[in-house]
Design a protein around this ligand. Structure first.
Ligand SMILES: CC(C)(COP(=O)(O)OP(=O)(O)OC[C@H]1O[C@@H](n2cnc3c(N)ncnc32)[C@H](O)[C@@H]1OP(=O)(O)O)[C@@H](O)C(=O)NCCC(=O)NCCS
Length: 202
């Protein structure tokens, strides 16, 4: 189904900020994603499902309010269905010396995936980069999930890798590890690879 009427805009302080947590949790539950955005959520998801249902999730409201300018939301019929977070990486966070922008997060409610919503967000991020005279985007994506009881690593985030490759991103040689917050009962180590996109290169 081709989805028309997707609108991308900056997050507004009057928006229901809990929606970002809901999108993250839905992605964890449906997409094999081992990641809840730490900028958005201050607890792991052991208790989160009920809290989200009851609208009592401890979302980092003040954090988000400080980040309004770096969060773009996608909406359809006034309903927020996806979001992206970007930042300017400081020197210590740069995976390549010339990276001047980072896509920290992009996520779409599972029922709205594969309908061009993330593409709309991606285009909005690139437009924002052009407006700010930025040219080199870096991003991290899971290339291997946590180990199972036999020490075998789960697969990476294949859907996201395919999406980023489709947008012209290429892998760098470096990888890094992070602790999954969603590996109940204990946190588990995931491996992420870094990708790069020079928006001036065709
Ligand atoms: C990765 C992710 C963001 C992609 O979002 P999405 O909205 O499904 O992406 P799009 O619909 O724009 O593109 C996905 C596919 O739909 C296709 N598509 C694009 N526009 C389309 C349209 N108008 N109609 C139908 N299909 C379309 C694309 O060709 C693409 O196909 P491909 O994957 O076979 O190349 C989404 O799967 C997601 O939220 N995953 C969970 C969170 C996550 O992993 N985030 C990334 C790591 S932080």
């Amino acid at each position: 189904m081709v989805m028309s009427g997707i609108i991308c805009r900056k997050l507004n302080p009057k928006d229901d900020l809990n929606i970002l947590a809901k999108i993250d949790l839905e992605c964890v539950l449906h997409n094999d994603v081992d990641y809840m955005c730490p900028e958005v959520i201050s607890e792991n998801n052991a208790k989160l499902t009920n809290k989200i249902k009851n609208n009592t999730v401890n979302i980092k409201q003040t954090n988000i309010k400080k980040m309004l300018d770096s969060i773009i939301v996608a909406e359809i019929n006034d309903k927020i269905i996806g979001y992206s977070i970007t930042q300017t990486p400081d020197l210590s966070e740069r995976q390549v010396p010339n990276a001047d922008y980072e896509l920290v997060r992009i996520a779409v409610l599972p029922e709205y995936q594969s309908k061009g919503v993330a593409t709309a967000l991606w285009n909005a991020v690139i437009a924002e980069m052009k407006q700010q005279n930025k040219s080199v985007l870096q991003l991290a994506v899971d290339i291997a999930g946590p180990e199972d009881n036999n020490g075998v690593r789960g697969k990476g985030n294949e859907k996201a890798i395919k999406f980023y490759k489709g947008k012209g991103c290429t892998f760098l040689n470096n990888t890094s590890q992070y602790k999954s917050k969603t590996g109940i009962p204990q946190s588990k180590i995931c491996v992420q690879g870094w990708m790069i996109k020079d928006i001036n290169e065709k």
